[in-house]
Design a protein around this ligand. Structure first.
Ligand SMILES: [Zn+2]
Length: 332
């Protein structure tokens, strides 16, 4: 989650000066795809929806590999990360338990969520690095499973300060600034890679952190998904302007190959939130409401959540789910 300006997409000119800053100073509409080098693209305007701010951002969608990249970059990202939740990233959204139904919901939701959760390695002797580890919840869980070699990096001082276990080894730094001679058997990024402004540089750096036989596991929204097709600019996966890029399995595979890595597995792990988030954004748009995503009716409705697990599973089975987890290795 770097706050620096993207440099991969070269953008020129622009009518909207002022609060939004355009990159580059050359030909109008010259956007070069950082993965395939294509220059043909179409554009989409996406609003900041998560916090109901409504600010508009332009994304370019490459016509060749369908990479989506942010074109209008704010001068400062601070406003868009205020109140960003570092604590509940993996937890089902719910209010405090009140009655029998709440307890049943929690049990059921936890059970249904299990196959969609983050990768759980088995070998507790692995040297693990969690990049963008937030409050260290994932590392803490591995620690409970008696993993011994755990490390995290996280750019937010607030998240590091609020880490769930004081004994966790978490370095407060961005991936761009992270320096180490250590090598890891497993490097994980849970919904972090799409926040990087230089995907190729970051993937090269991540690959260099792997020990021989090591594995990189990262998850992010999938552009090639039914939810994105259905919801258009209201699809929560864009999460403008926090997500610099939105990938799909095809262009992610290309990027891996360009970085000397091999994508050897794609897990589809989309959840009911792919729809409830979009419904909430649509409701906000057409009712002129400004409910934050986390507090909105559609996201907090337990009934809706449970009803949408079956469609989410089906979409994952069909490879149309809107969240993917990539398993990437160094080829022999
Ligand atoms: Zn492209």
């Amino acid at each position: 989650m770097t706050n620096v300006l993207p440099s991969d997409l070269k953008e020129a000119g622009g009518r909207r000066a002022g609060r939004l800053r355009r990159r580059s100073l050359f030909l109008p509409s010259a956007v070069v795809c950082p993965i395939c080098g294509g220059t043909e693209h179409r554009r989409i305007v996406v609003r900041e929806n998560r916090f109901g701010l409504g600010d508009e951002f332009t994304y370019a969608i490459c016509r060749h590999c369908r990479l989506v990249g942010l074109v209008t970059v704010p001068r400062s990202m601070g406003r868009y990360y205020e109140g960003y939740s570092y604590h509940a990233r993996n937890a089902p959204k719910s209010r405090p338990a009140a009655g029998v139904f709440d307890r049943v919901y929690r049990r059921l939701s936890a059970l249904l969520m299990r196959p969609l959760e983050r990768y759980r390695p088995r070998d507790r002797y692995l040297r693990v690095l969690d990049v963008g580890c937030a409050n260290g919840a994932y590392l803490a869980e591995l620690k409970k499973r008696r993993f011994r070699h755990l490390k995290g990096i996280e750019p937010s001082p607030r998240a590091v300060e609020n880490r769930v276990d004081r004994d966790l080894d978490i370095v407060c730094t961005s991936m761009a600034d992270f320096q180490t001679d250590e090598r890891f058997d497993l490097v994980t990024l849970n919904q972090v890679f799409e926040h990087f402004d230089e995907p190729r540089e970051m993937l090269l750096k991540l690959g260099a952190l792997l020990a021989p036989g090591g594995k990189l596991v990262m998850s992010f929204p999938n552009y090639n998904s039914l939810a994105r097709l259905m919801l258009g600019s209201l699809w929560p996966g864009y999460d403008a302007p926090r997500h610099y890029f939105t990938f799909s399995p095809g262009n992610a595979r290309m990027l891996c190959e360009q970085c000397g890595l091999e994508l050897n597995r794609v897990r589809y792990i989309s959840r009911p939130s792919q729809f409830t988030g979009g419904f909430q954004y649509a409701w906000n748009r057409f009712s002129s409401g400004k409910q934050r995503l986390e507090d909105g009716f559609f996201r907090t409705s337990r009934v809706l959540d449970l009803l949408l697990y079956a469609p989410a599973y089906l979409l994952n089975a069909l490879r149309w789910g809107d969240m993917i987890e990539l398993h990437i290795v160094l080829p022999d």
